[in-house]
Design a protein around this ligand. Structure first.
Ligand code: A2P
Length: 318
């Protein structure tokens, strides 16, 4: 297996491996082995978040690989994300310090605002009222952004970015930013191709990162009968033609569009499969076939924040 990982260059001059291991939905008890195996196989980019509840175990795997000399800290690219209940500017630095401590790191390579919506401050990640509705906070994400910039100045994160921001929200951040976001991490796969957002971000020097690139078949709210991207006949057709797996086609589809991609797996064989994508490229014809699947098929709607003033997925925005 060729281990030549392509990297992309951010607008601040720093590099990021275009393929990383996702850890959303990776359970404690599984994620240590997943991260260890991934690093052994050549993965150098691990995507984490406070909300995933597994940063301590991810950190143990990273530290063990550094201690045993398999990899150096500076060769790894580690991302974490600021959760919605810590948007208030004075809470941002303590929040990154919690993730750094869990991960056992002195600095992150990338810290993202996980969602534009602020929730009521506190340690309950989904603070809710008597009717079970999430309680919001009115902190504006542009104020959160200014606190994120301080993290770079303090050396706590090399780069900063956003996640799940729509185009209007990105422009609001750019209007006040002294440090530009390097990426916008969003759901992106053939059913939700994000063509407009990709172009919008590219025009502003922001690289898109695709989460759920395989269609997240393990999303907790998946229902029987929901379409499964990995089983889609058009994806399978291209996979059979190129003698690759559907997952490899979906990963390469992101890479060939210049998008950073972070497939999640806790299975050693599939972690290897997902990394074995360096010896082929999709032709324009293959890309067109896969792009024809685009149907605004959003799988991660973040429904509990739907009525928030800053919910990003409103009809008139992209
Ligand atoms: P597992 O962790 O058991 O390997 P996404 O990255 O879009 O969220 O998708 C993650 C889901 O896709 C998980 O259920 C994961 O299962 C599964 N998965 C990851 N890699 C592959 C693969 N190569 N083939 C099939 N399913 C995969």
């Amino acid at each position: 297996m060729s281990k030549k990982v392509i990297s992309v260059k951010f607008n601040n001059g720093l590099s990021c491996p275009i393929l990383g291991l996702g850890t959303w939905k990776s359970k404690p008890g599984e994620v240590y082995d997943a991260v260890s195996s991934a690093i052994d196989m050549g993965y150098r980019h691990i995507d984490c978040a406070y909300l995933y509840g597994n940063e301590r175990e991810v950190g143990q795997a990273i530290q063990d690989k550094i201690r045993s000399g398999v990899v150096k800290r500076e060769d790894l690219f580690i991302t974490s994300k600021l959760w919605n209940t810590y948007h208030r500017p004075d809470l941002v630095e303590p929040a990154i310090r919690v993730s750094l401590s869990s991960l056992g790191l002195q600095y992150l390579d990338l810290y993202l605002i996980h969602w534009p919506m602020a929730y009521k401050e506190g340690d309950d990640p989904f603070p809710s009222d008597a009717n079970g509705k999430v309680i919001y906070s009115d902190v504006d994400y542009t104020d959160t952004w200014k606190a994120m910039e301080n993290l770079v100045k303090q050396g706590l994160s090399r780069s900063i970015g956003v996640s799940n921001f729509n185009s209007k929200q990105i422009d609001r951040v750019l209007q006040i930013a002294k440090i530009k976001p390097v990426t916008n991490q969003v759901e992106c796969h053939p059913y939700l191709g994000q063509r407009k957002l990709l172009e919008f971000c590219q025009e502003r020097g922001i690289i898109l990162t695709a989460y759920s690139p395989l269609g997240s078949p393990d999303r907790p709210w998946a229902k029987a009968g929901d379409p499964t991207l990995l089983d889609d006949p058009k994806v399978k057709l291209v996979a059979e033609k190129l003698k690759k797996t559907p997952a490899q086609i979906l990963i390469r589809y992101a890479i060939d569009r210049g998008i950073i991609v972070i497939p999640k797996s806790v299975n050693k064989t599939r972690i290897a499969d997902n990394f074995n994508v360096w010896d082929f490229k999709l032709s324009k014809e293959d890309i067109d076939v896969i792009s024809s699947l685009d149907c605004n098929g959003r799988l991660i709607p973040q429904a509990e924040g739907r009525e928030h003033k800053d919910h990003p997925f409103v009809k008139e925005e992209f």
